[in-house]
Ligand binder design. Structure first.
Ligand SMILES: [Zn+2]
Length: 408
């Protein structure tokens, strides 16, 4: 199903963009030389619905253009993330008392970073992953994976074939899916009466605070808040009963979701819900201010890069993230500004960044390059990268943070 531009994808209320990022390529669309001519661009504008308060990219490309056999994001390349999802899995197995008679379903299981923990604990689990190359990686870890999109039809098939689920996991996934109502309709059908859905995504509240506008790209077409997510869930007889914050991806919220009334809301959920309202999540002026702060952050970065170039010093990029495409293209940075980006993902090395076509080089070569400055596009992994590249600052190198501020 494709959505009408100008209407909220959640509730069909008319929406109008408060910010225009201009032409954007696909954030994860790293390409070879022969792909430059046919590269796909879309107009990236964002809006917040006045009725359900969902922060959304107004018009996004066909999902087939974004999640396909060349999809370049493998979650397990970060050791911090491996540990994060291992801890989450162990806690869920304990808290929900999962065993060999339970069923766990994960949507967007990526390379199996989370489900491998359930497989090891002998808890039956199924992953849903439409990107065939990452799905293949998950299968190599012994995980059962269906390479399709999750919706009511998929949920009904699962219920018929393997029964209802005790746990449904969606980490860093629900902001990728255009027809979000179809997913929650499936979740409603799939969950046992006391079943729990765990959703974790970058949190709108953190993006507004850090001015981390690079969280916005076609694959991240929604930035969720408690307020907006609960409005979507209410349409399907589901609700949030607990939350937890963490620092992943520069500030994530983990939402615990159940059938309406199945569990009592926790104190910390109610507290955060009130906090959001005070933060102005329902007010247009909040987003107007955010736009001005993005423009300020862009101008600051562009000026910094110009100054460095004029002084004859060397500047490179570090972390060829999907997020970097939003910054590079919004700030109109080119290969003349940043001659290369270093990255540890094999798949991206030797390719070119989406839009600006900046060459991606192996992170191991960063030391030899000895730049004076490095724009840290993977700012959310600051500690991990700074530990790994400890010589950089020691020899006078300076990290340039391309967003408003780093999380504290
Ligand atoms: Zn809406």
């Amino acid at each position: 199903m494709r959505f009408k531009p100008g209407f909220c994808r959640i509730c069909d209320h008319p929406i109008s963009p408060f910010m225009d990022f201009g032409d954007m390529p696909i954030g994860n669309g790293f390409l070879s030389l022969d792909g430059f001519e046919t590269e796909y661009f879309y107009k990236m504008k964002v809006a917040v619905c006045e009725r359900c308060f969902t922060f959304q990219v107004v018009e996004v490309p066909d999902p087939k253009k974004m999640f396909h056999s060349n999809y370049a994001y493998f979650a397990s390349t970060s050791h911090y993330m491996v540990k994060h999802f291992q801890e989450m899995s162990e806690r869920l197995i304990d808290d929900l008392k999962l065993d060999e008679n339970s069923l766990v379903v994960e949507i967007g299981c990526n390379d199996g970073i989370t489900l491998k923990n359930f497989v090891e604990a002998r808890v039956p689990s199924i992953g849903i992953e439409p990107s065939s190359n990452v799905a293949e990686k998950a299968r190599s870890k012994g995980i059962k994976v269906l390479d399709k999109f999750f919706n009511l039809e998929t949920a009904n098939t699962l219920v018929e074939e393997v029964g209802n689920a005790d746990l449904f996991i969606a980490t860093n996934t629900m902001h990728h899916i255009e027809d979000i109502n179809s997913v929650f309709a499936g979740v409603k059908e799939l969950l046992k009466p006391k079943g729990v859905m765990v959703q974790e995504d970058p949190y709108l509240g953190d993006m507004l605070k850090l001015v981390s506008y690079d969280q916005i790209y076609a694959e991240h077409m929604y930035l969720w808040s408690i307020t907006s997510l609960n409005n979507v869930l209410a349409r399907h007889g589901l609700e949030i009963f607990d939350i937890e914050r963490n620092k992943f991806h520069g500030g994530c919220m983990r939402y615990y979701i159940c059938h309406k009334g199945a569990f009592s809301p926790t104190e910390q959920f109610l507290k955060q819900q009130n906090k959001e309202v005070k933060l102005g999540i329902k007010e247009a002026k909040t987003y107007h201010k955010f736009r001005l702060m993005c423009e300020e952050s862009r101008d600051k970065l562009v000026n910094k890069v110009s100054e460095i170039r004029e002084s004859g010093k060397k500047i490179v990029g570090y972390g060829a993230t999907a997020k970097s495409a939003t910054i590079i293209n919004y700030c109109n940075l080119t290969c003349e500004d940043i001659p290369c980006i270093f990255d540890s993902t094999d798949f991206k090395q030797g390719k070119y960044s989406p839009g600006a076509h900046i060459p991606v080089l192996p992170a191991e070569q960063f030391k030899d390059e000895k730049p004076d400055f490095a724009i840290l596009f993977a700012w959310n992994h600051f500690k991990e990268i700074n530990d790994k590249e400890k010589d950089f600052e020691r020899y006078g190198g300076e990290w340039v943070i391309p967003i408003g501020q780093l999380p504290k």
